[in-house]
Design a protein. Structure first.
Ligand code: ATP
Ligand code: MG
Lengths: 252, 221
């Protein structure tokens, strides 16, 4: 199914306690594409990302991962927990606060889900993990526990953990926001490599240069509505709305 | 013959009681611990009727004096047509009672467990069971290690109550020796020493297990 988009979101709406956080969001992420989601704090970026893998349940709308509807079927029936888990396993997620599993070594953080979710043989999972940790420059810390790592190192391990599941799409929620400025580059560098390798990525970020350099599509959320979407050059040089112009000015 | 000679002569009684106490303790502590883990697993997930009921049951258990529970199982259940021998009733009482405590202790740690690691597991497609076994429970055990040690010592001491429902454990042995020969001081000193011995072994083991947490950055003191 090469034509089916990695992620297809249709008319997604979500409220928290009666306050609408997302309204009628449509978004298509094609395979191999990098989509950046920008917007000010509280505009609903995280919520949108978390709806994609059903960490939040939307009130309305449909989300498809590689063509398969997540969370509910087309008749509105809830997806059985096992199927939901299996579909989630096709997405990877990288969190602002890393969320590595503190009781496991770096290596086991990366092999845990492949072995215990996907049922990959241990040997093979370890081999893949070594390769991926090498790719993110963390092979030398394989036996370390997460608490001994710097933020940048933790995030690179978290990225390797996501890659180990061979996901259809990787969701990044402000992956560099918790990092000291001098550590941001090492993580963005890895993400740039991934985009060059053709990984499908949805990235919530405040790193404008990165978004401009790497994205195929930039989306701007304002109070839960996508008010602008464009190719990065156009978005950053000739934004259509006053709102985005203001936002970009502040980011200068 | 001094009092201590009498004790020495009765050493087989003490040893028998000691062995019985060890078996009762090991079995009930282990099963209570497993029960506690199972309960916390069952509590995993959104609030629901059955979960609220389970919480209530835990609380009822925790607020009951242990001796009353032992009495209830041994003397009360026959009224309902269920007749348990003293040993089974005693061990059963220890399991459910301390199971409730273990559950509450782990639940407390679950409530304050940083949500991010659980969320990551959910996002990576773990089913609730695998997530509990691989991600949640290991962290809870590392975090509650000292409390678990404490609970084990309390469980050990509660085995002494079983003498009252006629279980032939260590305290029962001491009681029989002291009342036969009228040497309460010596008899109970011996028993205290033996309980201490088990407690110290427990403490040392639990302390050793602290290595796991230290290595992983869970413990700082
Ligand atoms: N679980 C929740 N319960 C109630 N309100 C929530 C919840 N999660 C998010 N919100 C609210 O929804 C709105 C959007 O939140 P969201 O986290 O998606 O914003 P964001 O764009 O990611 O912001 P930031 O840049 O600060 O991360 C906010 O007003 C927030 O307070
Ligand atoms: Mg956010």
């Amino acid at each position: 199914m090469p034509d089916l988009p990695a992620v297809a979101i249709e008319r997604l709406s979500k409220s928290f306690n009666g306050i609408e956080v997302l309204r009628d969001v449509d978004l298509t992420v094609n395979r191999g594409e990098v989509v950046s989601i920008l917007g000010s704090s509280g505009s609903g970026k995280s919520t949108l990302l978390r709806c994609i893998n059903w960490l939040e349940q939307p009130d309305r709308g449909a989300i498809r991962i590689g063509g398969q509807r997540i969370g509910v079927d087309d008749n509105g029936r809830r997806m059985p927990a096992r199927e939901l888990a299996a579909l989630r396993a096709k997405t990877g997620m990288v969190f602002q606060s890393f969320n590595l599993w503190p009781h496991l070594t770096v290596l086991h953080n990366v092999t845990e889900a492949p072995i215990h979710v996907k049922g990959v043989a241990k040997k093979e999972a370890v081999r893949t993990a070594r390769e991926l940790l090498d790719k993110v420059g963390m092979a030398h810390k394989m036996e370390a526990y997460p608490y001994t790592l710097s933020g940048g190192q933790k995030q690179r391990v978290a990225i390797a953990r996501a890659l180990a599941m061979s996901p259809e799409v990787i969701l990044f929620d402000e992956p560099t926001s918790a990092l000291d400025p001098e550590l941001v580059g090492e993580v963005l560098g890895v993400m740039k490599d991934l985009s060059a390798e053709g990984y499908t990525m949805v990235v919530v970020t405040h790193e404008m240069e990165f978004a401009r350099a790497v994205s195929d599509q930039v989306v701007f959320l304002d109070k839960g509505i996508i008010i602008e979407r464009a190719a990065p050059e156009q978005f950053f040089t000739a934004p259509e709305t006053e709102r985005v112009r203001k936002f970009l000015e502040l980011k200068q | 013959m001094t009092e201590w000679d009498i004790i020495w002569a009765a050493r087989d009684d003490f040893l028998y009681g000691f062995a019985n106490t060890l078996v009762i303790f090991a079995l009930s502590a282990l099963l209570a611990f497993v029960l506690g883990c199972v309960i916390v697993y069952l509590l995993e997930g959104p609030k629901s009727g059955p979960r609220t009921l389970l919480r209530w049951l835990i609380n009822i258990m925790r607020t009951l004096p242990f001796l009353i529970l032992a009495y209830l199982l041994y003397y009360g259940l026959p009224t309902l047509g269920v007749r348990l021998d003293a040993w089974t009733a005693g061990v059963g009482a220890l399991i459910v009672y301390h199971g409730a405590y273990f559950a509450e202790l782990l639940r407390g740690a679950r409530v304050v467990l940083p949500g991010g690691t659980v969320e990551a597991a959910r996002a990576y497609g773990f089913t609730t069971f695998t997530m509990f076994m691989r991600i949640i429970l290991p962290q809870l055990l590392i975090r509650t290690r000292p409390l678990i040690g404490n609970q084990l010592v309390i469980c050990l001491k509660d085995t002494a109550f079983l003498t009252i429902i006629t279980v032939q454990e260590l305290t029962a042995a001491a009681n029989s020796v002291q009342s036969t020969y009228f040497i309460p001081l010596e008899a109970f000193v011996v028993v205290i020493a033996l309980y201490w011995l088990i407690s110290i072994c427990l403490e040392v083991t639990i302390k050793q297990l602290g290595r796991f947490g230290k290595k992983r950055g869970f413990e700082h003191a």
